[in-house]
Design a protein around this ligand. Structure first.
Ligand SMILES: *Cc1c(COP(=O)(O)O)cnc(C)c1O
Length: 435
């Protein structure tokens, strides 16, 4: 029998240890003050016996749920056999198996010819490598990124990130990036790709010739804005025309989140460079990858490195993920159906309250009007056992990032909770907190 209802605990545990010893930089822990002990599939369990339905999935790092049995067993077998845990960038069985799976399951069937660069294991490392390579290959400095884009926290990637609060942490000027309006930024009447083309082809616009155009197909942190295929094709053509490389940051939108392995599949363009991380390992292990056309592979050996480039345990679980989930079309069918279910339910809620929805595939959200209302909604959801977060310039979008493998009944049960919390937040003058 499939159980669909969360059973949260209401008693907040003592958090004084964290307040005393953990940096104030912690954030998610503040809005979900429980101590979690274990997790399986779509469920997270706290140390008081509470059970929570996970609609956050580690910001799309746990697309296949928590501790998927197939991935867990692959890793347990590998460790049991004393498989290499750390090998710098040495050739290992685990790396060979991953590269082979990447080639045969992902690249060849999609007619993509990319080389794989294993960067340090977080997304921001993959972005740093991508923009560094683009600058090296083109001999240009400027990167064009977009309004509401999010690309990571290290200086190069942070310079490409739009959010002022995040940028403020840099402490130095964030230079050599121009933030151009994303698709829809000026409303549906203005094609911002045409604006970019105009600026780049006007020798007096003040915009330098760019090394790269860095774009998310759906803006994960920036509000679930989904670019249209036409706009992305135009951006790709603009990059080519002006001698820039097109980098798709697929760290959050990739790995099936929007319906296909890469978020740009079937859209009629091929990025020069693709960054991946988050759900790449399949099990939440740190693992990042920068993919690029072979002609761009102009690195000298060791010119860009990192002690933890290529995480062998992550190679093992990533290989198991590709074999189990991506060597047939079942998951993609499930994502299409579940994505449509989420869309239908969110559209109905939006219609009822005069709100609007965002996103694509299983990467969707609803604009509840303000960050304050959204925070009230997510807090009320958490009190009812639903882990869900916000996104957007003002944190005004409540976003659903359920595991891709969630059962349809569990998905509906979670959306029921969200629907009730939105209704209460919008109907009570005191907001949901007054309950
Ligand atoms: C999360 C994210 C990053 C940064 O990844 P980290 O692992 O946090 O460094 C970069 N780009 C996008 C689109 C992301 O969602």
């Amino acid at each position: 029998m499939i159980t669909t209802l969360p059973q949260p605990t209401s008693r907040k545990p003592d958090t004084s240890l964290y307040e005393r010893r953990e940096s104030a930089v912690r954030s998610y822990a503040r809005s979900m003050p429980r101590q979690f002990t274990k997790a399986q599939g779509v469920w997270m369990h706290d140390n008081q016996g509470g059970r929570y339905l996970d609609f956050l999935s580690g910001c799309s790092t746990l697309n296949y749920g928590h501790n998927h049995p197939v991935l867990k067993q692959a890793l347990l077998d590998y460790i049991e056999a004393d498989g290499i845990a750390h090998g710098l960038d040495l050739h290992t069985d685990a790396k060979a198996a991953f590269l082979e799976a990447l080639e045969t399951i992902v690249l060849t069937p999609r007619r993509l010819d990319y080389r794989a660069m294993f960067t340090g294991p977080t997304g921001t490392n993959a972005v740093e490598a991508a923009i560094k390579l683009a600058r090296k290959v083109t001999g240009r400095e400027l990167v064009i990124a977009f309004t509401n884009g999010f690309h990571g926290m290290t200086l190069g990637a942070l310079a490409c990130t739009g959010n002022a609060a995040k940028r403020g942490g840099a402490g130095v000027p964030l230079a050599h990036v121009s933030h151009e309006p994303y698709d829809g930024y000026h409303g549906s009447g203005v094609d911002t790709a045409d604006l970019l083309e105009r600026r780049l082809s006007d020798p007096s616009s003040g915009l330098d010739a760019p090394a790269a155009i860095l774009v998310e197909t759906v803006q994960g942190e920036g509000g679930l804005n989904a670019a249209s295929p036409q706009w992305l094709r135009k951006i790709s053509a603009i990059a080519r025309r002006h001698g820039a490389l097109m980098i798709v940051d697929d760290i959050q939108a990739g790995c099936g989140r929007t319906g296909s392995f890469f978020s740009f599949e079937g859209m009629g363009f091929t990025p020069d460079i693709v960054t991946m991380a988050k759900s790449l390992s399949g099990m939440g292990l740190p693992f990042a990858l920068t993919l690029f056309r072979p002609e761009l592979d102009q690195w000298a050996p060791g010119e860009h490195n990192g002690t933890f480039r290529g995480n062998n345990h992550a190679f093992v679980t990533a290989t198991a993920t590709l074999r189990h989930f991506w060597s047939n079309t079942q998951l993609q069918k499930d994502i299409a159906r579940r994505g449509a279910l989420i869309e239908r339910r969110l559209e109905a809620i939006a219609l009822q309250h005069g709100l609007s929805t965002r996103g694509r595939g299983m990467m969707r959200g609803i604009d509840v009007g303000s960050g304050e209302i959204a925070a009230g909604v997510t807090a009320a959801c958490f009190d009812r056992g639903l882990i869900i977060e916000t996104s957007g310039a003002h944190d005004e979008i409540v976003k659903i990032l359920a595991p891709l493998i969630i059962d349809d009944a569990q998905l509906s049960a979670g959306i029921d909770i969200l629907e009730n919390c939105i209704r209460e937040a919008l109907s009570s003058p005191y907001g949901v907190a007054a309950e």
